[in-house]
Design a protein around this ligand. Structure first.
Ligand code: AMP
Length: 283
């Protein structure tokens, strides 16, 4: 397994593979790998001949009061996990390689970051688009996998690929969960034992709303209010819970037959922000 922080080395390696007509797949991560990341690596392996994983805690996607310094870093453990998954190359650039000088250009997102996680995390999706754009230009994979857990990120990156003409196929991997339903996340490491026990309630609330809606409710606002109250009673702080259009990511009050929706939520347990979502094809 090649481990490198050098742009030219990873570029030359991928170029050689492509010359041999090998298909190259890519999984960008911020490290502190868990089974969610590993399932993406496995899926890429099924679709391609060579898997590249990047590990880079991207400062551009953290707000000034967010957890950049505190974000879990465990490179040796991550490399072991990548090796076990038969990863061909891991790209671990320094910040000075990814952002060597002041950036004169930035990327603006129209509408797709107006709802869901956008308002609470200003600049976050711009930072994601910036770094993934750079990584795509460095690696030039045939396919890249991202998780449904960050579905807004997936939809924004899909627009980026389309609008910036990246010749890369994006695929979405299902959410990997712990036995009690909590979506795996590197940030779950922040939870105290007591918080960890409470954390799956977000998923349970989403499942409850989904079940009620599937049984015929098409205006779910009261149902959602009730679940928010239940979560608040368990000491969660709610950022949002609701239905959003799968395509436009706009909030939806009334569900229409034959449409696809994202039922998504973001809450705080103590200081830790949890997100989760379910996809719903309204019957
Ligand atoms: P991160 O390291 O958190 O930036 O995540 C890297 C990739 O892994 C992103 O595409 C995430 O959506 C994906 N991912 C994170 N958590 C999960 C999970 N529980 N299941 C599947 N994919 C995930």
């Amino acid at each position: 397994m090649l481990v490198t922080g050098s742009i030219s080395e990873i570029r030359n390696t991928v170029k050689l593979w492509k010359r041999e007509k090998l298909k190259v797949g890519f999984v960008p991560t911020m490290g502190a790998l868990h089974d969610g990341h590993l399932s993406l690596i496995r899926q890429v392996r099924e679709h391609t001949d060579r898997v590249v994983v990047s590990i880079f805690v991207n400062p551009a996607q953290f707000g000034p009061n967010e957890d950049f310094e505190r974000y879990p870093r465990q490179i040796e453990k991550d490399l072991k996990m990548c090796r076990k998954q038969r990863t061909a190359a891991v790209f671990i650039p320094d910040t000075s390689i990814m952002y060597p000088e002041k950036q004169f250009l930035s990327i603006q997102i129209d509408k797709l970051a107006d709802h869901m996680c956008g308002p609470e995390r200003p600049g976050f999706f711009e930072g994601v688009v910036l770094v993934v754009n750079k990584l795509f230009n460095i690696i030039k994979p045939d396919i890249a996998f991202f998780g449904q857990k960050d579905i807004q990120q997936f939809q924004i990156l899909s627009s980026m690929v389309k609008e910036f003409n990246h010749e890369i196929e994006l695929q979405m991997g299902e959410i990997v969960r712990a036995n009690d339903g909590l979506a795996l996340s590197s940030r779950n490491a922040y939870l105290s034992n007591e918080e960890r026990l409470r954390a799956p309630s977000l998923y349970r609330s989403l499942q409850y709303i989904e079940k009620q809606v599937k049984s015929g409710i098409d205006e779910p606002s009261l149902l959602i209010e009730h679940q928010k109250n239940e979560l608040e009673a368990k000491d969660f702080k709610i950022d949002y819970i609701g239905f959003f259009s799968f395509e436009s990511l706009k909030p939806v009050q009334k569900l229409k037959s034959g449409h696809r929706y994202i039922l998504a939520g973001a809450v705080y347990v103590g200081d830790t922000r949890l997100i989760d979502n379910l996809l719903l094809d309204y019957p």
